[in-house]
Design a protein around this ligand. Sequence first.
Ligand SMILES: Nc1nc2c(c(=O)[nH]1)N[C@H]1C(S)=C(S)[C@@H](COP(=O)(O)OP(=O)(O)OC[C@H]3O[C@@H](n4cnc5c(=O)[nH]c(N)nc54)[C@H](O)[C@@H]3O)O[C@H]1N2
Ligand SMILES: Nc1nc2c(c(=O)[nH]1)N[C@H]1C(S)=C(S)[C@@H](COP(=O)(O)OP(=O)(O)OC[C@H]3O[C@@H](n4cnc5c(=O)[nH]c(N)nc54)[C@H](O)[C@@H]3O)O[C@H]1N2
Ligand SMILES: [Mo]
Length: 760
Amino acid sequence: MTDSTRDKPYRQPTGGWGSIKSLARHVLRQRALRAGPGLFRDHNKTGGYMCTSCAWAKPARPHVGEFCENGAKATFWDLTSRRVPPEFFATHRVSDLRAWSDHDLENQGRLTHPMRYDAASDRYLPVSWQDAFAEIGAGLKGRDPDSVVFYASGRASLETSYMYQLLARLYGTNNLPDSSNMCHETTSVALPESIGTPVGTILLEDFERTDCVLSFGQNVGTNSPRLLHELQKLRDRGVPVVVFNPLRERGWEEFVNPQRPGQMLANRPTRIATQYYQVSAAGDIAAMTGMAKALLEWDDAAKASGSEPILDADFIAEHTQGFEAFQRQVRAADWSRITAVSGLPRAALEAAARTYAGARSVIAVYGMGLTQHRLGCDNVQMLINLLLMCGNIGRPGAGICPVRGHSNVQGQRTVGIAEKTDLVPLDRLAAQYGFQPPRKDGMNTVEVCEAVIAGRVRAFLGLGGNFLRAVPERELMERAWAGMDLSVQIATKLNRTHLVPARSSFLLPTLVRSEIDQQATGPQIVTMEDSTTCIHASRGKFRPASPELLSEPRIVAGIAQATLPDNPAVPWQEWVADYALIRDAIEASFPDDFRDFNGRLDLPGGFARPVPARRRQWETDSGKANFLRPRALSADAGAGEDGDILRLITLRSNDQFNTTIYGHDDRLRGIYGSRMIVMLNPDDRIRHGIASGGMVRLTCAAQDGVTRSMGGFRAIDRDLPAGTIAAYYPECNALIPLWHHDEKSKTPAAKSVPVRIAAD
Ligand SMILES: Nc1nc2c(c(=O)[nH]1)N[C@H]1C(S)=C(S)[C@@H](COP(=O)(O)OP(=O)(O)OC[C@H]3O[C@@H](n4cnc5c(=O)[nH]c(N)nc54)[C@H](O)[C@@H]3O)O[C@H]1N2
Ligand SMILES: Nc1nc2c(c(=O)[nH]1)N[C@H]1C(S)=C(S)[C@@H](COP(=O)(O)OP(=O)(O)OC[C@H]3O[C@@H](n4cnc5c(=O)[nH]c(N)nc54)[C@H](O)[C@@H]3O)O[C@H]1N2
Ligand SMILES: [Mo]
């Protein structure tokens, strides 16, 4: 290879010495030495701060060092000693910064002062907080509330999120899209239809009791590495783990636990997946249909011979609805179609079904590989069907486990960040705060993008995140963004969204969660909800990156007070002085979830919100758990069936958190030095006339009159199913049409983008 890209398949286990080496490099590069001791003492511990990386559960009895490679990287990245002061902006024009990479922008360090864009000099200039709030308030007052968007990325605490949704509703809109709209929105729409709850049903202790884990479309080694601790323990007990993923992800293969000195010294890894199936992208419905078909056939045979049944007939009769129609559809499905769409032979699907049928209690884990498809809801609902067939919901050691993304993304929904009004107790908010909340649904992320492109969004507030980089249809979005009147970005580091200014733009820097949040009554606590509905307190431990920084609650209160008429029922000032009062207000709005909120802050392992499906109470229309029939065998709704079109998976490397790029290596996939790569199977490469390591161009195959094409990728051979290729997000977002989303939830379908490939 001629450039700096290195391609060297990684044969080491996940974790182990490789992760320690990588961490040492990151702590030095970020000069974040102050973070080291805190990691052991305070990270994910009761009385300490909760990791800002993923949302995986925090155990009641943590390890001495309850962190992982990527959680530690996120912490070093936050606690870097690098700074972006006003002088940085004095030396760099915004249009020049637009040419910088995502990595280079964030790598400059933490933002230190509130800044306002000055179009004449094309620079951000410092502004006082007071002036910033006053001007933002003036910019928001008197607008049509539905032309304003209040976006949230899933990191902000329950306290901030509650204040933010109240700000939007007092202002007059339910336009509260969040990062979840691009992520597990599919889960939030699919699960209520199936089992009457929008969240997963398992608790951490279920991993200690399960007899089998199924995993679909989730990359544990990179995106939720602490889950490997649970998986390692259950593998020690001999529990099988069955994985469906087009890529051979190292995290699902082998793990050496850095917290186990004996294992580190011997470098003897734990094998995680006992069966690994490289399903084609969008082939999961077909794969699960094949498994269900086998279960039905074996159950028929068991009935005929009088041996033990395979299905849980009592559970199906008492607790479910729709089984008859479901089983007819599965029986009618043709094995040749199942194997063609899934890319897996019948024997493989039968072997997976055999393991599933042999277990008393099964947990199904899933991620973006199921949610980010045109038929994402069908994917998730088919997985529920598979669990329901054998009664695997609502008993110990069994259940559904969506692995959430951002550390408080699930919690934001819980406290009212939702564009859908039926998810929010509007009547209670109305009574609590003496106002008429807007009753019309707001816009989700895709609808916001449509409205931005159409010029209907006039002002956008971002509570964290990097909206322009995270959404599809990048080129049209960036062009339209500049036409807005106002952009307000609450952020910790500089990113691309900040560099596409609207007519008036503000950049408001804030604390990170591991920093001390000092207010009038002393240092404050914030809270968040993990993937298993457990709520934890978090106390910052480190000195803030700059004395100018304000906490997120203070910034939200500042904007609210400058924008809204006085309302004695909403004590913004008192809330900011003492966050316990915000928690009291949350408890009053959501009494079932947050009973005795302040009293239960420090329960080891957090306190769990009640989830009715855990007790086999089904809050669905039918009052039962519903078998729901998938609308097709392929989750891309047939888009990839033309032989020349490839399905592009856009995914994360081991050196990034979403649009935050820590570095250019993806150690676990053996790719170093560049993110402009496409992984593909050598047969596909040869068929398209591409040399090994050659340069390629990807072009979206959608025929809608818009050209979406990107060159400059290097082809890298990897073991992938025919017709499936993979490249990195966010680089590839320019290739994804806005309308290419899950049909029900509108989650962008980032995992099977129809593309053509050619030598470049
Ligand atoms: N270190 C780190 N941690 C993170 C993040 C991060 O960027 N970095 N992001 C956070 C966020 S917001 C989220 S949402 C989660 C995301 O975590 P994941 O849900 O793991 O998301 P992705 O990295 O996009 O990878 C999805 C996996 O699905 C597989 N896949 C793709 N298409 C298909 C398919 O059609 N079928 C199947 N069965 N598999 C498929 C891919 O090969 C990949 O292994 O992680 C969170 N945690
Ligand atoms: N093609 C493709 N697109 C995708 C995905 C995919 O798999 N493929 N995944 C989607 C998913 S799952 C998600 S969740 C979205 C992510 O979308 P977002 O949540 O919008 O993006 P992030 O990259 O997480 O946001 C990073 C920025 O957040 C700011 N930040 C970091 N910490 C804090 C904090 O504590 N407070 C505040 N106020 N700001 C902070 C920093 O300035 C940083 O630059 O992207 C989606 N887009
Ligand atoms: Mo996410």
